[in-house]
Design a protein around this ligand. Structure first.
Ligand code: FES
Ligand code: FES
Length: 192
C-alpha cells in the first residue's frame, strides 16, 4: 500500500469516534429505593432493571415495543421499558411489578389476576398488571380511548370492550385474554 494511503487510513482511525459511549452516573428511583449506577447511555431501561439491578419481574418479550411484556410505570404513566434509555429516567419515580404490593400484601390488581385465573404461563403477566394499574388511573383522569363515548368515563362504567381496547398494547401468547379482562373488570367494578 502506498505511504499516502497508509497515513490516510491511520489518520481516519485516529479521528473516528469511540466505538462505545463511556458509562455515566445516574440515579434510578425504583419502587421507592434509590440506586446510584454507572451505565452506558445506550442501555435500555429494561436491561438496566433486569441485567444491572436483577429486577427480573419485568419481562423481555420482543425488545422492540410490540408485546408490552416490559411495561413499567414512570411517574405513574405506563411505558415500554425496552423502548426507552435508562439515562432518560434519572431521578424519576419508576414502579415495577415488584413494587406494586404493600406491606407484604399483593396489589388489588395482582389479587384479581390470581382470583380470576388471569394467566397461564405468566410471562406477560407483570406487564399486564402494570398496564392495568395505569389504566385505572387514566380512567380516573378521564382520559378517553378510541372507544370512549363521553358518558362512559366513570370508572364503574368501563365496559369489557373498553378494557380490551385500553389493554391492546399487552399481548398474551397463551390467549388468557378472557380472564385478564375479567380480572381488570372486577377491580374496576370494586372501585366504582
Ligand atoms: S419487550 Fe418491550 S414491548 Fe415487548
Ligand atoms: S399467560 Fe402466557 S403469555 Fe400471557
Amino acid at each position: 500500500m502506498p505511504d499516502d494511503d497508509q497515513s490516510l487510513l491511520e489518520q481516519r482511525a485516529q479521528d473516528a469516534p469511540p466505538s462505545y459511549a463511556p458509562p455515566q452516573p445516574l440515579t434510578l428511583r425504583i419502587n421507592g429505593a434509590e440506586h446510584d449506577l454507572m451505565i452506558e447511555p445506550r442501555v435500555t431501561l429494561l436491561d438496566a432493571l433486569r441485567e444491572v439491578l436483577g429486577l427480573t419481574g419485568t419481562k423481555k418479550g420482543c425488545d422492540r415495543g410490540q408485546c408490552g411484556a416490559c411495561t413499567v410505570l414512570v411517574d405513574g404513566q405506563r411505558i415500554n421499558a425496552c423502548l426507552t434509555l435508562a439515562v432518560m429516567h434519572d431521578g424519576r419515580d419508576i414502579t415495577t411489578v415488584e413494587g406494586l404490593g404493600q406491606d407484604g400484601q399483593p396489589h388489588p390488581m395482582q389479587q384479581a389476576f390470581m382470583d380470576c385465573d388471569g394467566f397461564q404461563c405468566g410471562y406477560c403477566t407483570p406487564g399486564q398488571i402494570c398496564s392495568a394499574v395505569a389504566l385505572l388511573d387514566e380512567v380516573k383522569a378521564r382520559q378517553a380511548s378510541m372507544l370512549t363515548d363521553g358518558e362512559q368515563l366513570a370508572p364503574g362504567a368501563l365496559s369489557e370492550d373498553e378494557i380490551r381496547e385500553r389493554m391492546s398494547g399487552n399481548l398474551c401468547r397463551c390467549g388468557a385474554y378472557p380472564n385478564i379482562v375479567k380480572a381488570i373488570h372486577s377491580v374496576v367494578l370494586r372501585q366504582a
